[in-house]
Design a protein around this ligand. Structure first.
Ligand SMILES: *Cc1c(COP(=O)(O)O)cnc(C)c1O
Length: 368
């Protein structure tokens, strides 16, 4: 058996007809930028995410950048980010000229540790950017109360966790202005690049929308030095079709995670995903940890099982951030996760037989 890390046909083939119809609709309309499709998707996604406003944009990184820019965060400001996130969260802070300040994650959830947040707050701190990593919601009750106590903005990076909840409230609806990604491999993915902003603040929504379209509200009248960071009609049409299936796909991811949990439970050399009792997990990724990560990955590759590492180098150790002056050992938990994590195959439509095969491959490694 060959098991790739991600297998789009299993998810996409059942909706091929609907997707082709969406394509035809846009093709026949001959309207490709900022039209009915983007409008309709924004409404549908705002409804799904239980917020007043959604702005469709070009990708997740641009959504983060626009969120920071809309809050007028810039040079001299500090923004708190987790030390174990995907680089985009940190890049967005750099784009606006602010300084990223890293806070270590919790060892069990892999999400930013609220207990370590307050010690990193300075008079320059403007915002906290919690990242709902791998599909699980951060401890938003504590994060929101720390933010409100210190008068800080919250910008959620919800790229990996559309549909997750904390205390029953959906991620992407807590912060002042929040970002998500519709990169193809995300839980809700376009057939190309796309992203979104969610907020309940009408002023911030208008600001972000204006900035995403050259800084204009009225064509050829520029209020801001804006960007071209728009979602296009074709991606919006595809996303609208896929959004109707998202809850079902999240349920399938949870079932797959449950199978893995069961099949892998007897192997005591690995750490399985842990879900905080107040959080729900949408399993964008199913991440396990072992000291023998590199050997395990090689073994699985030899069995034709695809795996990925999310992520092998934490942001503070990237060459791009050498100027921040952090060496090895600066953020030991992020480094430990980077050295020991491995993401197993998961996609909506993956079968129990495929999960069993991957699990058997892992067992055979540790029993050898
Ligand atoms: C994917 C991702 C992004 C960036 O999204 P793009 O659409 O690829 O730009 C940002 N943050 C996190 C946590 C992500 O996983």
């Amino acid at each position: 058996m060959k098991i790739p890390f991600l297998h789009f046909p299993a998810t996409h083939m059942p909706i091929k007809k609907e997707m082709m119809e969406a394509f035809e609709l846009v093709f026949d309309s001959s309207w490709f930028i900022l039209g009915q499709q983007v409008n309709a998707f924004e409404k549908a996604y705002a409804h799904f995410n239980q917020v007043e406003h959604c702005i469709g944009v070009s990708n997740g990184l641009d959504a983060l950048h626009l969120a920071l820019k809309s809050l007028h965060i810039g040079p001299g400001d500090e923004v708190i980010v987790p030390s174990n996130t995907f680089i985009a969260t940190v890049l967005a802070v750099s784009y606006v000229g602010a300084t990223p300040v890293f806070v270590e994650p919790d060892r069990k959830t892999y999400n930013i540790d609220p207990k370590k947040l307050e010690e990193k707050i300075t008079p320059k701190t403007k915002a906290i950017m919690p990242v709902h990593l791998y599909g699980q919601a951060c401890e938003m009750d504590e994060i929101m109360s720390i933010a409100s106590k210190h008068g800080l903005y919250v910008i959620e990076d919800n790229a990996q966790s559309q549909g997750a909840t904390y205390d029953g409230k959906i991620t992407g609806s807590f912060g002042n202005i929040n970002a998500t990604s519709f990169y193809p491999g995300k839980n809700l993915g376009a057939l190309g690049d796309a992203g979104g902003i969610t907020t309940n603040d009408a002023t911030l929504a208008e600001k972000a929308r204006t900035l995403s379209n050259y800084g204009t509200k009225v064509k050829y009248v520029n209020d801001d030095i804006g960007f071209n960071m728009r979602m296009d009609e074709m991606q919006a049409a595809f996303l609208k079709v896929k959004l109707a299936h998202l809850n079902n796909w999240i349920e399938q991811r949870r079932q797959i995670a449950k199978w893995y949990d069961e099949y892998l439970s007897e192997i005591n050399q690995i750490i399985l995903p842990y879900t905080h009792p107040s959080a729900t997990h949408t399993y964008h990724l199913y991440v396990i940890r072992t000291e023998r990560r590199d050997e395990l990955q090689k073994h699985l590759t030899s069995l034709n099982i695809g795996t990925l590492i999310h992520y092998p180098i934490p942001p503070h150790l990237q060459n791009a951030y050498a100027d921040l002056g952090f060496g090895k050992g600066s953020f030991p938990i992020a480094e430990e996760i980077a050295d020991t994590c491995i993401s197993l195959p998961i996609w909506p439509g993956m079968t129990e037989e495929q999960v069993a095969y991957v699990s058997q491959g892992i067992k055979s490694f540790f029993n050898a």
